[in-house]
Ligand binder design. Structure first.
Ligand SMILES: Nc1nc2c(ncn2[C@@H]2O[C@H](COP(=O)(O)OP(=O)(O)OP(=O)(O)O)[C@@H](O)[C@H]2O)c(=O)[nH]1
Ligand SMILES: [Mg+2]
Length: 205
């Protein structure tokens, strides 16, 4: 019985390509995360942190996690660039929101940016992975502490998880991504996007 379900699950999701938006304010570590994801999940060596510059356009990264294809869209987080984020909401299966856990003076900015993301109707039902990044720094706060600081009100019905990570040394990244893949596979939003674009899932980005 199990193998029948497993076979069906594999069949359905092997063809699916999930679009994951990487959001967060400037300098949170989004692009560094994307490069780390590439080196953890593919043979490609991601860019080293000293070669990464602030993002102005869009960075795209593709990886495969247990047969599931993921396409990441990494956008710039500077205040003047945040208005571009919503252009990508409709097509996104899930959101990763990155926060610099070592910089409490910017938590308020992160909180209001995230609340705005959560309010947007084009992202309804999208699973949310909130990353407390830069855990390699001694001053960084834990994911629990960050959750307390943010005190988000609109999370109630959303499928979400906080994870402590370091985009430098890779801590917590696999745990976060694997949770997200499962969350997207079960998500009603995935069903909705699939119905909209046809049974084989969305076309390539
Ligand atoms: N110590 C430490 N530094 C990090 C980590 N992740 C990113 N950084 C540093 O944080 C700074 C910003 O990183 P980016 O990846 O460019 O940040 P971003 O969120 O993409 O910024 P924008 O593109 O401007 O939105 C850089 O100096 C990175 O080297 C981390 O896990 N640990
Ligand atoms: Mg960037």
């Amino acid at each position: 019985m199990f193998s029948l379900f497993y076979g069906l699950w594999k069949y359905m999701f092997s063809k699916t390509e999930f679009h994951v938006l990487i959001l967060g304010i400037d300098k949170a570590g989004k692009t560094t995360l994307l490069e780390k994801l590439k080196s953890v999940y593919s043979n490609l060596e991601g860019l080293s942190p000293d070669r990464i510059v602030p993002t102005v356009g869009l960075n795209i990264g593709r990886i495969e996690v247990s047969g599931t294809k993921l396409v990441f869209w990494d956008l710039g987080g500077q205040p003047g660039l945040r208005s571009i984020w919503e252009k990508y909401y409709e097509e996104a299966h899930a959101v990763i929101f990155v926060i610099d856990a070592a910089c409490p003076s910017r938590f308020e900015d992160s909180k209001s940016a995230l609340e705005k993301v959560l309010r947007h109707e084009d992202l309804q039902g999208a699973p949310l992975l909130i990353l407390a990044n830069k855990q390699d720094l001694a001053e960084s706060v834990s994911s629990e502490e960050l959750a307390r600081y943010l005190d988000l009100k609109k999370l109630d019905e959303r499928v979400y998880m906080f994870e402590a990570v370091s985009s430098y040394d890779g801590l917590g990244i696999k745990e976060g991504v694997e949770w997200l893949v499962e969350a997207m596979a079960r998500s009603k939003r995935t069903e909705m996007l699939r119905a909209r674009t046809g049974a084989a899932g969305p076309a390539s980005a």
